[in-house]
Design a protein around this ligand. Structure first.
Ligand code: GLY
Length: 349
C-alpha cells in the first residue's frame, strides 16, 4: 500500500506493508543517486531487533542515539551533527531515521539543520511513529519548558512503515500508538461500533491517509493541520509533567487518550456537543484498551500551568474541540471552566 503526501514538487510516498524496509535499498538508488554516504540514526535496542537485518544491504554508517525522549536534546543533536561532520556527509548524502517518534524527530531535525538541510528518509518502527510522527515533516527536540519547542519543518523523501517492526513492539508502545489512532478515528467522525471490525493495519492506513491529506492541504499548520493536535493540549501537559517525574509513567499516545476524553467533556461543558459524543469518545478509548485517568499524583494547578506552556497555546489556552461546525481550534475559554471540567473529569476516576 502506498499513500502520497501531495506536496507538489516535494510530494512523497508513505509505503505501508510487511517487509517495507526491504524496499529502501532500491528507493535510495533511485531517489538519491548522488549519495556517497548514507547514515542510519537509531538506538541500540532497535539495532538488536531481528528486523534490523535490512541495514546490512544498504552500506550505511550507523549512529546510535539514546532511547526515547531522552534523545531529543541539544546535547544529543550537537553530538549527532559532529558525527555527521566526522563522516564528511555532504549535501547530496542522506540520513535515515530508524525508530520511534523520538528517533525520527531527532534524525529529521539533524537533517534539517546539518549543512542547512540534507535529505532524510524515515523508517518509523513504532505505531506512533507510523501513524503520526514520521510523516508530515515536523521535526524537533525538547526544552525543559515543553516538548518539541525547537524544531523545523523538513519533509522526508519517503516514509517506510513496515508492519513487521510492530510485531516486537512492547505493549505500552502499542497502546501509545492506539492513542493517536483514537484521535484520527474521532477526527474522522467515525462511530465507536465500527472499530470492532477494523484490523490494526486498517487503522494505521486510516490514520496515515488522514494525516497525509491534512498535511498536503496545510503543510505549515496555518489552519487545518492544527486539528491533528486534538487531545494534545492536556496530553502534552501530562506528558511533560510525567516525564519530569518518571520517563515511563505516561507515553505520548496514552497522554493523548486522556486528553481526548477531557477535550470532549470541555466541548460538552461549552455547549458544543451533546452527551452522546462523550459516550462515543469513551467507547472508542475503551475498545482500543486505552485508559482515561489523569495520574493522581499530578496537581490540577500544575497541569493547567503546563497546558499554558504548550507551544500551540499562543499566550492563551488553546484547544481543538468538536462542535456543530466540526472540529475547530478554540481560544479564549474561561480558565475557571477549564479547571472545573478538569476537576470534574478527575472526579469520575
Ligand atoms: N503531530 C501533529 C502534526 O504532525 O501536525
Amino acid at each position: 500500500m502506498k499513500v502520497t503526501v501531495d506536496l507538489k514538487e516535494r510530494a512523497y510516498d508513505i509505503v505501508l506493508q510487511e517487509g517495507a524496509r526491504h524496499r529502501l535499498e532500491v528507493f535510495l538508488r533511485e531517489h538519491c543517486p548522488n549519495a556517497h554516504a548514507k547514515v542510519i540514526i537509531t538506538s541500540s535496542s532497535l539495532r538488536a531487533q531481528p528486523w534490523f537485518d535490512f541495514a546490512t544491504g544498504l552500506g550505511a554508517h550507523i549512529i546510535e542515539v539514546p532511547e526515547g525522549e531522552s534523545a531529543k536534546t541539544f546535547a544529543t543533536l550537537e553530538l549527532l551533527c559532529e558525527q555527521l561532520a566526522a563522516l564528511e556527509l555532504s549535501r547530496s548524502d542522506v540520513v535515515i531515521g530508524v525508530g520511534g517518534g523520538a528517533v525520527t524527530d531527532l534524525a529529521g531535525f539533524a537533517a534539517a539543520v546539518y549543512l542547512r538541510g540534507i535529505d532524510v528518509v524515515q523508517v518509523p518502527t513504532t505505531l506512533v511513529g507510523q501513524v503520526d510522527a514520521a510523516t508530515g515533516g515536523k521535526t524537533a527536540i525538547n526544552l525543559r519548558a515543553g516538548k518539541n519547542l525547537v524544531g523545523a519543518f523538513h519533509q522526508p523523501l519517503g516514509v517506510f512503515c513496515d508492519f513487521e517492526t510492530l510485531e516486537t513492539l512492547p505493549e505500552r508502545e502499542r497502546l501509545s500508538g492506539l492513542g493517536e489512532i483514537a484521535k484520527c478515528w474521532l477526527l474522522e467522525g467515525r462511530a465507536a461500533g465500527d472499530l470492532e471490525s477494523a484490523s490494526l493495519n486498517d487503522l494505521v492506513l486510516m490514520s496515515v491517509r488522514l494525516k497525509a491529506s491534512i498535511v498536503a492541504a496545510d503543510e505549515f499548520e496555518g489552519g487545518r493541520r492544527a486539528l491533528l493536535n486534538y487531545g494534545h493540549t492536556l496530553g502534552h501537559a501530562l506528558e511533560v509533567l510525567a516525564l519530569a517525574r518518571d520517563a515511563d509513567e505516561l507515553r505520548h499516545g496514552e497522554a493523548v487518550a486522556v486528553g481526548l476524553a477531557y477535550a470532549v467533556r470541555l466541548a460538552h461543558a461549552l455547549g458544543r456537543v451533546d452527551a452522546a459524543e462523550i459516550v462515543n469518545h469513551d467507547e472508542v478509548l475503551r475498545i482500543l484498551g486505552l485508559g482515561q485517568g489523569v495520574p493522581t499524583e499530578l496537581a490540577t494547578n500544575d497541569i493547567v500551568t503546563a497546558m499554558g506552556h504548550d507551544k500551540k497555546a499562543h499566550h492563551d489556552l488553546t484547544f481543538v474541540l468538536p462542535g456543530a461546525n466540526g472540529f475547530e481550534v478554540v481560544r479564549g475559554i474561561e480558565p475557571e471552566t477549564i479547571v472545573q471540567v478538569l476537576e470534574s473529569f478527575r472526579g469520575e476516576q
